[in-house]
Design a protein around this ligand. Sequence first.
Ligand SMILES: C[S@@+](CC[C@H](N)C(=O)[O-])C[C@H]1O[C@@H](n2cnc3c(N)ncnc32)[C@H](O)[C@@H]1O
Length: 278
Amino acid sequence: MTSGEAPVPPTGGDTADRAGPPFDTSVAHQARMYDYMLGGKDNYAADRAATEAAFKVWPDMAAAARANRAFLGRVVRYLAGEAGIRQFLDIGTGIPTAGNTHQVAQEIAPESRVVYVDYDPIVLAHARALLTSSEAGVTEYIEADLRATGTILTQAAQVLDFTKPVAVTLIFILHAIPDADDPQAIVARLLDAVPPGSYLAISHAGSDLLDRKTLQGIQDAWRGKMQQQITWRNREQVARFFAGTDLVAPGLVRVEEWRPDPAGSAPTAAWCAVGRKP
Ligand SMILES: C[S@@+](CC[C@H](N)C(=O)[O-])C[C@H]1O[C@@H](n2cnc3c(N)ncnc32)[C@H](O)[C@@H]1O
């Protein structure tokens, strides 16, 4: 703990152990498809086939994935810099690539403490690359399902001090949680566990950001081929995740519009925002 104080026990939540997806290379996985879109090598034929099928319908999808990754960098730079955050709970980490959360945060504040969470065994296999903390800071990796918030919060409390502000980052993960699993309640449980002054950052596939035909084409291309069921949500549905927070300017916008770099960004079909718990 940074403060020497006992961690605040997380409140409520699902403590049930949930098994992550099996390591099955014959079915496409979200983490490996995203890796393929970003130009990585940790993907298999099924991941590439499902991704290529979607590229046929929406050729700009890879550029949009890269734009989402760039957003992650901008958000963490904002949180570690302007917002002064020193603790990060990054759920839905993905296969390590350039500009992982701890690298971006610790470049600004070497004492930053970062807990990564993902449920995909291939991310776990690469976790070493995430555990390269600066000496002044800490990084930790938890293998857990986002839906098991009790498990995540209990384990994260061994590294993060929940009496001090924490940034919870859910970048491109919530669309992998179907409505039946109540993603709204999951986000609310995470927000309940962090003190005022904490932040919530989300990016999420936007159902109202693509024309109907393109969206339908992507859904058809992935149906039955992916481990995850992707639920595209509209602006209003994404806004609901931020209930109880004050949105940081520019508010809830397309990913490429959130504090863009001067060089600009490719268009995405994703909504994003950063909220501060008052
Ligand atoms: C598209 S990647 C995003 C990676 C990174 N956040 C980024 O935006 O660059 C989504 C990650 O979320 C993970 N994921 C999806 N559903 C999850 C769940 N229910 N629990 C934990 N991780 C999950 C996947 O394994 C994958 O690594």
